[in-house]
Design a protein around this ligand. Structure first.
Ligand code: HGY
Ligand code: MN
Ligand code: MN
Ligand code: MN
Length: 418
């Protein structure tokens, strides 16, 4: 169902400009694997932020940063005392990522700003947020910027988080001149928040639909586990005398995946795994792995989390090892979006002559944090190539991107005149 969609009365989103800017931003942090690497608060991420802020400035917005470096741009309405309508997302990425994850939402918001700035000023101000460190891959805490903005994580605690080389979030924000004094969103909640994002899954592609209204987002729990055994000679040590931490970790990994059998709706991923001392002829003395648990129901997520420690202790014991650490790295709660906001998005999709498909998100998003402080909804845009994401293969069609942002613009413009 591609091709042209019925236009509506509101200003049309400039799809050309959106596509151009997605391409331009994708050059910042170009990775050798052909994708994009803009890990949070690296020079590449800061360069990406500066490029986006230059485009925000062109629309006449006032631009500030808050205590965790979130960019907050505001286009004043005729009644600036009213709480603003906020659009946003992120431009930091995982390693060797695609060009759409987060960027579609931020650059879509830029296009909505351009369309609104070109017309009669609405009552409410229109604000755009570019959140710091949504991905969490460098500092180990996902949705960092939006969690602080929404009062779910203290600024001091967040600023003190360090990466594996000991560089703190605060240090990196200072290096890039992103530390600011703008009020946190929780202190002045927006009237509403909207985010456009690629689905990062196969559902819309399979159903041949370009867009959907997102009904909610899974909760996520990241846990790091270390098992300790004993280094030993790979040849001379009899098998029954070994305390092989690598073997214990492999057994644990299989048991973690088996959790999905007794917890319907749970997803499990072991994204990082390594053994020490990483020598071909030494039985591993230690092994570390990270677990990414997700569920749309809090009870399912909590039950899976509580099972982890027992599984790790049991796997360690089975192979004569010890469980040394089982620490939570990050935790976000599942979020159900405001039904009225979801209806607005679905209604605008139907106004374009399309089914108002509602869909739950298996990926985490800044919107799940914003949902704790104001009415929130998301627009999903179809992902191509089986929905692959967090990969250079990530792809979406220009007309689907334009339609998704057009839907967001139409909902936003209604809210701006609320
Ligand atoms: O992991 C996630 O779902 C998101 O991309 N941070
Ligand atoms: Mn994202
Ligand atoms: Mn992502
Ligand atoms: Mn995400």
């Amino acid at each position: 169902m591609t091709g042209t969609y019925r236009r509506t009365t509101v200003p049309e989103i400039d799809g050309e400009s959106l596509w151009q800017r997605l391409a331009e931003l994708s050059v910042v942090g170009r990775a050798t694997g052909g994708g994009v690497t803009r890990l949070a608060l690296t020079e590449a991420d800061a360069q990406g932020r500066r490029l986006v802020e230059s485009w925000l400035a062109e629309t006449g917005c006032e631009i500030n940063h808050d205590a965790i470096g979130n960019t907050i741009a505001i286009l004043p309405g005729t009644d600036p005392g009213l709480s603003p309508v906020l659009l946003g997302s992120h431009v930091d990425s995982v390693v060797n990522a695609g060009r759409f994850d987060g960027c579609l939402g931020v650059l879509g918001a830029v296009e909505v700003l351009r369309a609104v700035a070109a017309g009669p000023r609405p009552r409410r101000s229109l604000a755009v947020a570019v959140f710091t460190d949504e991905e969490g891959t460098r500092f180990g805490r996902d949705l960092l910027g939006s969690s602080v903005a929404c009062g779910l994580l203290g600024p001091e605690e967040a600023l003190a988080i360090a990466d594996s080389e000991g560089r703190t979030v605060e240090h990196e924000l200072r290096v890039h001149g992103l530390l600011g004094t703008a009020p946190l969103l929780v202190d002045r909640p927006p009237h509403a928040y909207l985010e456009t994002h690629i689905e990062q899954g196969p559902v819309l592609l399979r159903e041949n639909l370009p867009v959907a209204a997102v009904t909610g987002v899974v909760g996520t729990s990241w846990i790091r586990i270390t098992l300790t055994g004993a280094a030993a000679h790979a040849g001379a040590t009899p098998m029954e005398m070994r305390r092989d931490a690598g073997l214990a970790m492999s057994a644990l990994r299989l048991r973690l995946h088996a959790l999905t059998d007794d917890h319907p709706g749970l997803t499990v991923a072991v994204g990082a795994m390594n053994t020490l001392p990483q020598q071909v002829n030494v039985v591993p003395a230690a092994a570390t792995l990270t677990v990414d648990l997700r569920a749309s129901e809090e009870a399912v997520l909590a039950k899976a989390e509580s099972a982890i420690r027992l599984l790790a202790e049991d796997a360690a014991l089975t192979y004569g090892c010890e469980l040394t650490t089982c620490e939570r790295m990050s935790r976000t709660a599942p979020a159900t979006f405001d039904p009225g906001m979801v209806d607005r998005v679905a209604g605008r999709i139907e106004a374009h002559g399309l089914p108002g498909r509602r869909l739950w998100s298996g990926a985490g998003h800044d919107a799940q944090q914003l949902a704790t402080i104001c009415p929130t909804a998301m627009v999903f845009v179809r992902s191509q190539r089986d929905g692959i994401s967090h990969s250079p293969e990530e792809w979406s069609l220009p007309e689907d991107c334009t339609l998704g942002v057009q839907i967001m613009a139409e909902v936003a413009i209604d809210l701006l005149n609320d």
